[in-house]
Design a protein around this ligand. Sequence first.
Ligand code: GDP
Length: 408
Amino acid sequence: MALAALAGRLPPPRVAHHVRVRDPDSGEALDDAIALWFPGPRNLTGEDLAELHLHGSRAVLAAVMAALGRRGLRLAEPGEFTRRAFLNGKLDLVQAEAVADLAAAETEAQRRQAVRQLAGHLGALYRGWGDRLLRLLAHLEAAIDFPDEDLPPEIESRVAAETASLAAEIERHLTDGHRGERLRDGIAVAILGPPNAGKSSLLNQLARREAAITSPVAGTTRDVIEVALDLAGYPVVLADTAGLRDSTDAVEQEGLRRALKRADEAELRLFVFDAACPGDARAAAAWPGSDTLIVANKIDLVGRSAALPHGAIAVSALTGEGIADLVRTLGSRIAERYDIAAPVLTQARHREALEIAVAALQRSFDAGLAELRAEDLRLAWRSLGRITGRVDVDDLLDVIFAEFCLGK
Ligand code: GDP
């Protein structure tokens, strides 16, 4: 065993131990270190694991790595520890994905969601559905195999009823407004309003105050400027859109069309207008509801006593006045929607598999023959099983673990 060869002997299990690391071939001392020994199978990966806490200089690492290399050891691939944990049944695939999400989490909300997923609730939900399907399948197959035996005649109708309620449950989970996926990828907030209202200034003000997340934003387009922010612990992708104004210019019309589309697709909107022109706020009526905040900008020019539309948040993108209030209100609107307690869908991969399962369950209602119905249930079960890695997922593993970083 490599650890014993380098440290002289195996330290006691699971206890940090001070050791002198030596080159096993020459006997030369390489470093003074802490060694930890986690014998399998009751550990992270299920296999024997050792940790050496070295003085991290390049020379120490090179010498120790060379000594280990001579004993046939190599560096782990990205995600290899988690992959082994999955293959050894220590984690399901949904938990393995949570490890990658946790390592990549940039905001509090993303961290919380990944920790919840790692705890296994989401995987348990999917496995629970799979188990129910398996029971239904067993009943249906019993009815097929022993048509003349004393099986209760209503068995097929009960299977159908339970299939319907399972399909409805999965559908409810699917129509959650993509909350978990949004939390993972960033909640879209659009800034819109008439030209010169101060939309770009507001975006800059918010981006400067809040720590900008550095990860690239997918789908950034030239006509819509986006910044990723950590806003009150939530990952937000803030988009500045072209000004809303009637125009006959074709390019401007296209910009306007995109701005409106972006505003419609966003989870939340900041409608910004110049506090000196309160009539401009009327255009916000196109987006009624609590997911649009009305922001009266340039309050430094008109003063706090100016007449503003009801509920408008007064700010100055120039001086920063009122911005803290705006961030607080926006944060609480986001918290109302995304403070997620129940396990929610977090990945497009899971969504796809669930959609296949629901489609198969629904097909089963139209299948005339019990054998065909059973085949549909089997298909649905396999699709659910692929989410947690219960059924063959060899084709998926490289894709999933490619997203990991080294050492995980
Ligand atoms: P946009 O067209 O809506 O993106 O507006 P801009 O952010 O480009 O701002 C238009 C003009 O208003 C610029 O000259 C800004 O400096 C100015 N401006 C923006 N916000 C404020 C503000 O809060 N107070 C004052 N006094 N001027 C502002």
